[in-house]
Design a protein around this ligand. Structure first.
Ligand code: AMP
Length: 394
């Protein structure tokens, strides 16, 4: 079975084609068409035998997706059995879904909550429907967190806001947290259904999830991807009174505060240098604000480990993933430092050397793992599982 994975975003379309044989998958090719709407869009295609990187005018998402199909037909020919789509917000949907009219309505309904993602995700689905007559399956970033209990997903504001508008914690990065949880079970050679994990997705966006017996029971991103950890340009947790104060004293509009907290804060806002952890790490020896940003980033993550340790009661492993989690030993060392009393003992040598696997000491009660996330593969696996189960996922 051949499954195409599509991530249709606001200005780019990423794609990857997987072939499944007896549940085992192999990536055949992948690529991206970005800067949609410009005269110099990048068109990238990669397979074992063919690499393309060129620039051309791509005026719309439809043109971008047609271009991706054209390259696949030419350089990786064969039938496509289904398309799996990344969809950021699926509200309270618990599983991936074949997209019919009613699912389109749900994705549309949550456009208000994910205006930079859902409209483009849905556009990708609609375009693919026109191009290939095969099941189109939506895999939601929120679905893995649909197992959060009410005590974790309610906000302590008047209850009616939940019934009226659906204001609650939804959580994001679910596809990544799920993928690394499955992978952790493989590495530890234990069933996921018996594992308690704290998974830290530390990229430009960052979130942490408490996984109990393989299911998400709490997560740091909330109603939107702004809550929780400090991120590249997002503030993460903040006293809501700060927002009110900014509106009052800086005379900011709602739109301005939104941009301030999403695009001008986080590592970038504190350091004044960059949202990129690599730049923060190299600047921090001589730059006090870069050092402060680094310290704050790691301290916030450490606090969440403490909180989720308490929520879980027992932790089998802590998992680091995404750009920073996978590539910055210094950040992992800082976050895990001083947690020996909780049974969390990092092996400093392994931490520097190992690219994927266990980086804790043998004596560490809680294993520490680095795992490369692969959201495309997880979307392909979800899609495969839906196809195999006649429209129902796991
Ligand atoms: P992601 O959103 O998962 O693609 O992660 C992107 C972020 O990972 C970048 O903004 C960098 O801050 C960070 N990153 C990537 N490589 C490294 C590295 N070698 N050391 C530290 N941070 C890194």
């Amino acid at each position: 079975m051949r499954i195409l994975v599509l991530n249709s975003g606001s200005s780019s379309v990423k794609y990857a084609l997987f072939e499944f044989k007896n549940k085992k998958s192999k990536k055949i090719c992948n690529g991206i068409v970005d800067e949609i709407g410009s005269n110099k869009s990048n068109i990238i295609f990669n397979s074992k035998n063919k690499k393309i990187a060129k620039k051309a005018k791509i005026g719309s998402h439809e043109e971008a997706i047609k271009k991706a199909f054209e390259l696949i037909v030419k350089f990786a020919p064969g039938k496509i059995d289904a398309v799996g789509h990344r969809v950021v917000h699926g509200g309270e949907l618990k599983k991936s879904k074949i997209v019919e009219k009613s699912e389109e309505k749900i994705i549309e309904k949550y456009e208000e909550f994910a205006p930079l993602h859902n409209p483009y995700n849905l556009l990708g689905i609609k375009i693919c429907k026109k191009l290939v007559d095969v099941p189109q399956i939506a895999v939601f970033d929120t679905a893995f967190h649909s197992t959060l209990p009410p005590k974790a997903f309610f906000y302590a504001i008047p209850y009616e806001q939940y019934s009226k508008f659906g204001i609650r914690r939804y959580g994001f990065h679910g596809t990544s947290h799920k993928y690394v949880s499955k992978k952790a079970a493989e590495i530890l050679q234990r069933p996921l259904s018996k594992l308690n994990l704290i998974t830290l997705h530390l990229g430009n966006g960052a979130s942490v999830t408490a996984v109990k017996n393989g299911k998400s029971i709490d997560t740091s991103m909330g109603f939107s991807p702004l809550e929780g950890l400090i991120m590249g340009t997002r503030s993460g947790d903040l006293d809501p009174a700060v927002v009110l104060y900014l509106i009052e004293r800086e005379k900011m509009s709602v739109e301005e505060v939104n941009r301030y907290l999403n695009e001008k804060s986080g590592l970038f806002g504190v350091s004044g240098i960059s949202n990129d952890m690599r730049k923060i790490l190299s600047a921090k020896k001589t730059n006090k604000r870069a050092e402060l940003a680094f310290e704050m980033f790691c301290y916030r993550a450490k606090k969440y480990i403490g909180a989720y340790y308490a929520a879980l009661g027992r932790v089998d492993a802590i998992v680091f993933t995404a750009g920073i989690g996978e590539n910055a030993p210094e950040v992992r060392e800082k976050i895990c430092g001083g947690l020996g009393n909780l049974g969390i003992e990092l092996d400093k040598k392994k931490n520097k050397k190992i690219k994927e696997g266990v980086i804790s000491r043998r004596s560490s009660k809680v294993k520490i793992l680095v795992i490369k996330t692969d959201e495309e593969k997880e979307i392909a696996e979800e899609t495969y599982s839906i196809m195999k189960n006649g429209g129902n996922g796991e």
